[in-house]
Design a protein around this ligand. Structure first.
Ligand SMILES: Cc1cc2nc3c(=O)[nH]c(=O)nc-3n(C[C@H](O)[C@H](O)[C@H](O)COP(=O)(O)OP(=O)(O)OC[C@H]3O[C@@H](n4cnc5c(N)ncnc54)[C@H](O)[C@@H]3O)c2cc1C
Length: 497
């Protein structure tokens, strides 16, 4: 039987994963990618002696013994990518009060330290800790081995059994947003620490799950930068006979008789296939490439009402100094807010990229400030006058240096290279809607929703990636690419391998 063809839009993690599984299941697979590189938002870039990372702060399941690691093996990632254990989650500090706290993998000791800082909140902290301990050892990614559409009664029973110790902590009050939950804490510092463990909008159980992974030593990052995680998947896909066209932006999905039959690129060339999988930005797929013709109330309401991740501003510095005595990641509540992109910013995150992790030459350090509150409208308007846009980036990088200097003494006079990326940069390279770097925020509503990988009324078409996997993330996006191919196989009555 002649092989059928699948066109995949986007060579981010979801698209590459879909490509590999398509080839492993006997389909011809061709990926069209807007950028000149694979990986989408999962990327890193080199400037002089430094690699600046734009993505993986923590990779879940980086050690064997769980479904995520098995997937990394299947996709060839473990062949050449080196994982490093996260030394600690991060250190959080308040400049005004001179308080700081480190989230280490010994979560009992860490919570003990926090309790001694905020004794009035000991009972609530014990509750959070108990939840995190109960979620330890659970293979959450086991739930993603199949798309929800194909999960049957026996799968459900298996899931319930695997999650039996977690049930209590994934329901009731632990389903509420963390920023709402922490209002009952007495000490504002303790509130601040807990709600900033991840985005404050996520449910409390999500925080517990992160803490459980930290305690299980299942959070890692990538030696040499996030692009090193991507390259082996691209290699695997090509080795399986897949084709990728770069600088190939899809403008339209060609539909005949309500079936997706191919794509039209920006240069007007057309390509045809039996199936189309879009692993690109959700909004532009649904409302631009398909002209908004295949939507229903639930799709419309999702795109109108759900919260997206904000845009990120990342200011990276190559510094000819060693800061290995400092934490690898900090969150700093500033004494004096500074203005960035029209907003007063009072909390910044700082990542350190050192030579031991393959990011910088010996004795040198990459430091990156992240402000995860970038205003899309501001940057998108400003870029219309390139001089103003560049001047604002320049001002930010200079002002931030004065903010960082007390934390990294001697830094200002040792900077060798500076790089500032804005939400517009994210959009330019990846086309994610309004520069939202990780798709939908995993609010209680979004994370518990069943987002379909198909669109109403459209045949032979599937979606993968962070816009159909609320909360995004490396591993869920890789799984979503696999799931799209599982759905293609199911539609054809083929067994999935
Ligand atoms: C700053 C940052 C930190 C993160 N930290 C973590 C972390 O610590 N841990 C974690 O697990 N996850 C993290 N993530 C999230 C994770 O990296 C993403 O959710 C995931 O990589 C998204 O993959 P994707 O394939 O769904 O989407 P994308 O990466 O957006 O890929 C989509 C691809 O489609 C292409 N495309 C778009 N439109 C078109 C078109 N019209 N034609 C052709 N191609 C098109 C784009 O160029 C892109 O390559 C982080 C992300 C960022 C940005």
């Amino acid at each position: 039987m002649a092989e059928k063809n699948i066109i995949i839009i986007g060579a981010g993690l979801a698209g590459l994963s879909a490509g590999c599984f398509a080839r492993m299941n006997g389909y011809n697979a061709r990926i069209f990618e807007h950028h000149s590189l694979p990986g989408g938002v999962c990327t890193s870039w080199k400037r002089k002696d430094y690699v600046f990372d734009g993505c993986i702060h923590f990779l879940m399941g980086h050690r064997p013994g769980n479904a995520a690691y098995e997937l990394y093996q299947t996709l060839g990632i473990t062949d050449s990518c080196r994982f490093i254990d996260l030394p600690s989650y991060f250190t959080i500090m308040d400049e005004s009060q001179g308080r700081s706290f480190a989230f280490t993998s010994d979560i009992t000791a860490a919570f003990g330290a926090l309790k001694s800082q905020s004794p009035g909140d000991a009972r609530l902290l014990d509750e959070l800790l108990a939840g995190a301990q109960a979620l330890r050892g659970i293979d959450f990614f086991g739930l993603m081995k199949k798309p929800q559409e194909l999960i049957g009664i026996f799968d459900k029973l298996k899931i319930l059994w695997a999650m039996r110790s977690a049930g209590r902590y994934m329901s009731g009050k632990y389903k509420q947003r963390t920023d709402v939950y922490v209002k009952q804490f007495k000490d504002p510092w303790c509130q601040f620490v807990i709600k900033n463990l991840f985005f404050p909008q996520v449910p409390v159980w999500f925080i517990m799950m992160l803490l459980a992974s930290l305690a299980d030593n299942q959070l890692g990052y990538i030696y040499g930068g996030s692009l090193e995680f991507v390259k082996p998947i691209e290699k695997k896909f090509k080795g399986l006979g897949g084709e990728i066209a770069y600088k190939a932006t899809v403008e339209e999905i060609i539909v005949r008789n309500n079936k997706a039959v191919g794509v039209r690129l920006a240069d007007k060339s057309e390509y045809f296939a039996d199936f189309v999988i879009s692993a690109a930005d959700g909004y532009s797929t649904i409302f631009n490439m398909l002209g908004g013709k295949y939507v229903d109330d639930s799709v419309n309401s999702m795109y109108k009402t759900w919260e997206m991740f904000p845009g990120a501003v990342m200011a990276s510095y190559g510094v000819a100094k060693d800061y290995s005595d400092k934490p690898h990641a900090d969150m700093i509540k500033l004494k004096k807010p500074f203005n960035m992109g029209g907003k007063d910013i009072d909390v910044i995150a700082v990542r350190q990229f050192d030579s031991r992790s393959g990011y910088a030459a010996p004795g040198k350090t990459g430091l990156q400030v992240e402000c995860l509150d970038g205003d899309w409208e501001f940057w998108n308007n400003l870029v219309k006058d390139r001089r103003l846009y560049d001047a604002e980036k320049d001002r930010i990088s200079k002002e931030l240096l004065t903010v960082l200097e007390p934390h990294y003494p001697g830094m200002s006079s040792a900077v060798e290279v500076t790089d500032v990326a804005t939400p517009y940069t994210t959009w330019r390279y990846t086309r994610n809607h309004k520069g939202a770097f990780e798709g939908w925020l995993p609010t209680p509503e979004a994370i518990s929703a069943r987002v379909k990988k198909t669109l109403p009324g459209l045949g032979n078409f599937y979606m993968a990636g962070q816009w159909v996997a609320p909360g995004g993330g490396v591993t869920p996006c890789l799984f979503s690419g696999k799931q799209a191919v599982q759905l293609v196989c199911a539609a054809e009555g083929r067994e999935f391998n």
